[in-house]
Design a protein around this ligand. Sequence first.
Ligand SMILES: [Zn+2]
Length: 163
Amino acid sequence: MTASRLADVRHVRIESHVVSFTLANLQKYGAKGLEGLVLWLGEVEGDVAHVSRAIVPEQKSISRESGVGYFVEGNTLFQLNRALAQTGLRLIAQVHSHPNEAYHSEADDQYAIVTAEGGLSFVVPNFGKAPLDPTIWAIYRLTQGEWRGLNMNEAKLLISMSE
Ligand SMILES: [Zn+2]
């Protein structure tokens, strides 16, 4: 296996079942008035990342001054890392929902689970009631240690869906 770097990725291909599974789970949390978090796993080969699996980590939805949010415990991160080691897959993106508008909040920056340079963070509006097209969600990429928002053109160039 080559040690391809997420930072070198120029194309992210997401299997369509990953997207529908993700929205279904975000909507489940949303039905209770809660934000949800889903993690996307896959492989990186050269400049292509292939997302083939989504997992819903154990999470406690919490109330904050700013509204609602999610909280992932240390044990969940331990389980995630063990799952990654067992499957050989990489954590490519995190996806979470917001009640209304999709953007990366300060807390999202601070408590991101994706910490690898070039990793992605998607924010889905309306508690996950969004089109099955990740390119029109809010997309951020960890670039030189900062979460940078992608514009529509960058998103369409980077992201595509596959069967
Ligand atoms: Zn958020």
